[in-house]
Design a protein around this ligand. Structure first.
Ligand code: PA5
Length: 420
């Protein structure tokens, strides 16, 4: 269950303005729920069962069990929407018992490639190349390198059994899999990369890491139910979208997502991609940035509090205490005795509340609260933010599903490298 709170000691947005915007945008909520006026080739995720139903989950669990049986490590080859969701969950929740996940296909740097390969030294491993159209350079080039490594380590026949690809049906990646006997699983035809958390794309790496993908899907379904069944006035996604568009209209240029849980570091990347690629077009959009507190209170915190007023801030707060570490008294006088007996949880909470109080003096602050960091919450967050992003994009008057800017740079890169 997510809750949203708006705090604005500057008096910038009144509750009346927010209520009137919610009323104005209520029809957008209904259109998004029905997928009306949205690209049908991009909204497959609205219905979670379509790409994360029982059959899919059972198949993924079977593949994951096989990979886990024969591997110490699993290399996920993918970039942007093809790895960010899985990475945010795996990096936040992985345990020592899970198969190690190694991320590849997201760089062209030989130094980074060599470091990734060095992580595989002496390990048994399988790979999954995730690519919607299999033209993207980073995953394509890494896939080749890793296939070659598998063949040199195991020989052709065993290597074949260790290669999985997640690609669009009818794509060159599917053909390659059929020609060479690799396991092929479908990339949803009607979902773009950054909206694929609840599909084969996001779920297989999580399952291999030993995480409960059913709990993630359950969280997403609960969130869907809530967003579909609550009225416009009570709808958290519509309220959030309305507030961010009002602030955008008033000249704010950035939304900064901040949290005091460094475990969410990779979730930030997912969130930044979702909003940057979905809204940043036609000369419009809020620039999404993120801040990892409390560390960055000692760097960007200065700008947030006192610099050019470009941004509003959204705190992602985790309300329940999941872990504990008590500061015990010490016989060395270190001048921190006021912390004696306190739990880091309490200290971290105090830092959050103090920061929000200070920041809200200068800029509009939202707080999105989640009960804990677990699979269900990630499911809720993915569905919530995807849904909210589409509402927000529609209010902004852009297509939240394409990425013409990305396509433009790719064209120049392919020309430079002599691709026909
Ligand atoms: O959201 C998107 O569509 C993009 O970020 C893609 O996921 C990213 O560019 C990778 O594309 P592909 O899976 O085709 O390699």
């Amino acid at each position: 269950m997510l809750t949203l709170e708006y705090m604005d000691k500057t008096g910038h947005l009144t509750e009346e303005r927010i209520a009137s915007a919610i009323k104005e945008y209520a029809p957008v909520l209904e259109r998004v729920k029905a997928g009306e006026g949205l690209d049908p080739d991009a909204t497959g995720w609205l219905d979670i069962d379509k790409w994360a139903g029982e059959e899919t989950l059972a198949r993924l669990e079977e593949i994951a069990a096989d990979v886990r049986r024969k591997s110490d490590a699993f290399v996920v080859i993918g970039v942007g929407g093809s790895n960010n969701a899985a990475r945010s969950v795996v990096e936040a929740l992985k345990t020592k018992d899970g198969t190690e996940i190694i991320w590849a296909g997201n760089t062209l740097s030989p130094a980074a490639m060599n470091r990734m390969l060095a992580q595989l030294d002496g390990k048994d491993f399988c790979i999954d190349c995730i690519a919607k159209n299999f033209e993207t350079l980073e995953p394509g080039a890494s896939f080749r390198v890793l296939r070659q490594l598998l063949v040199s380590q195991y020989g052709k026949e065993e290597a074949r059994k260790r290669i999985i690809a997640t690609g669009t049906i009818g794509s060159s990646l599917e053909k390659l899999c059929h020609d060479h006997g690799f396991t092929f699983i479908p990339f949803p035809t009607d979902i773009g990369g950054r909206y694929t958390a609840m599909s084969n794309v996001g779920l297989l790496p999580m399952a291999v890491a030993g995480l409960d993908i059913r709990a993630l899907v359950k969280g997403a379904k609960e969130m869907r139910k809530e967003l579909y069944e609550t009225s416009a006035e009570e709808n958290t996604a519509l309220r959030y979208a309305a507030i961010r568009n009002l602030l955008y209209g008033d000249g704010y240029a950035l939304e900064m997502l901040s949290s005091f849980e460094p475990q969410l570091k990779w979730f930030y990347k997912w969130w930044i991609q979702l909003f940057a690629e979905s809204e940043g077009k036609d000369g419009k959009g809020l620039f999404p940035v993120a801040s990892e507190y409390s560390e960055e209170l000692h760097s960007v915190g200065q700008f947030v509090q006192d610099g050019r007023p470009l941004m509003f801030e959204t705190f992602l707060d985790v309300t329940e205490q999941q872990e504990s570490l008590i500061l015990r008294p010490d016989d060395v006088t270190d001048y921190f005795d006021y912390l004696n007996g306190k739990d880091f949880h309490e200290v971290n909470k105090a830092a959050f509340l103090a920061t929000r109080t200070a920041h809200a003096d200068k800029l509009p602050c939202l707080t999105l609260s989640v009960p804990r960091i677990d699979m269900e919450t990630f499911g809720e967050l993915f569905y919530f933010y995807q849904f909210m992003c589409v509402i927000s994009g529609c209010i902004l008057g852009i297509n939240p599903f394409n990425q013409p800017g990305v396509e433009a740079y790719k064209g120049w890169m392919f020309r430079a490298l002599g691709k026909e």
